[in-house]
Design a binder for this molecule. Sequence first.
Ligand SMILES: *Cc1c(COP(=O)(O)O)cnc(C)c1O
Length: 216
Amino acid sequence: MSLDSVKRQLAEAEAKAGRAPGSVTLVAVSKVQPEDRVQAVIDAGQRIFGENRVQEAETRWGPRRDLEGLELHLIGPLQTNKVNKAFELFDVIQSVDRPKLARKIADAAQSAGRCPRLFVQVNTGEEPQKAGIAPADTDAFLADCRAMDLTVEGLMCIPPVEESPAMHFALLAKLAERNGLAGLSMGMSSDFETAVEFGATHVRVGSAIFGERAYD
Ligand SMILES: *Cc1c(COP(=O)(O)O)cnc(C)c1O
């Protein structure tokens, strides 16, 4: 378990980028990880976790929902028929990626009288197989969210694996700034230090903390 070294690297990246200490939130991505590794990271004091599947997250975190300070982020695709379940489980939904989902979240927020914190996922590489709003459609989508009374805190992206991530981080930062959004969820195990340089407020780190996943 390498939580401490990731935290150290993150602190160094903050310092190097001239960012305030602790200004970047570390989301520990526990998807697919075995129970003993997850428990070790909890025992080491980590309280902010990311999961990419609602069902898996429920199995792992449902019994732990009362853990003091626990903050759960959904970072994977959300089917509209699981929105209510996601409302019960997650503090933050980072993967708002299409109009139909935004509508469903707005409806659920109306009936629940509350809403998880929201990030809009942008497909910065415009990859056909990847979820997210196209960069050119992002301003309009955010306006639609506002019209539905949804408060969006920031943007999230997963850059193409085969490309250098810096230009994608820069693009996401530009889109967020132009829309007055403070949150930037970007950077994973291999590139979170670069993401901090480009203004990430949230980094999503899995394997560097927990070790390699058996499958994805
Ligand atoms: C799995 C995953 C991560 C973590 O990836 P690592 O390379 O293990 O750090 C981050 N973000 C998303 C959306 C993921 O699905």
